[in-house]
Every structure is written in C-alpha cells, then in structure tokens.
Design a protein around this ligand. Structure first.
Ligand SMILES: [Zn+2]
Length: 85
C-alpha cells in the first residue's frame, strides 16, 4: 500500500467508505480502520456501525437499551458493544 496520500484524501476516502458501509466486508473494515489510525483520524460515530471484534458490519443486530446504555449484539460473533446514550 502506498503511504503517500494526504490526510484530507484519507478523510474523503473514509467518508465515501462509510456511505456504502452495507456493502463492505470485515476485510474492508479492517483496512479502512488501519488507514484511519495511520493518519490519526478518529472514526467516532462510525465505529458504531460495525463489530469491533470481528469487524462485521451490523445488518440486523440485537439492540437493547437499558439505563441509558445501548447494547448491540453482533449477529456474527455474538460480541456485545455498549454505548452510552
Ligand atoms: Zn462480531
């Protein structure tokens, strides 16, 4: 992989990537995450779109909300991510 692209180019790439997140594979997610990290670009809200364990895109996850904590269970590996609301 060429490492000569600028930060703004990477930001654009990440934005495009997440616009079409539903078509992405865990391999793609790993790649874009690594790319973002290499440029110190935080993914913020976008991190909630995929499982942080197996990197599968959430399609039909089990979502529970309790005590202002939202839990999302990955339908692929069963890992539960929790987010404060
Ligand atoms: Zn998972």
């Amino acid at each position: 992989m060429k490492n000569k692209i600028s930060k703004s180019e990477v930001q654009k790439e990440i934005k495009n990537f997440f616009e079409n997140i539903k078509d992405k594979t865990p391999k793609d997610i790993k790649k874009i995450k690594r790319l973002a990290m290499s440029k110190n670009i935080p993914l913020k809200e976008k991190r909630k779109l995929f499982c942080k364990k197996c990197y599968a895109v959430y399609r039909n996850p089990k979502i529970r909300i309790k005590n202002k904590i939202k839990s999302v269970e990955c339908e692929k590996c069963g890992n539960i991510s929790r987010w404060k609301l």
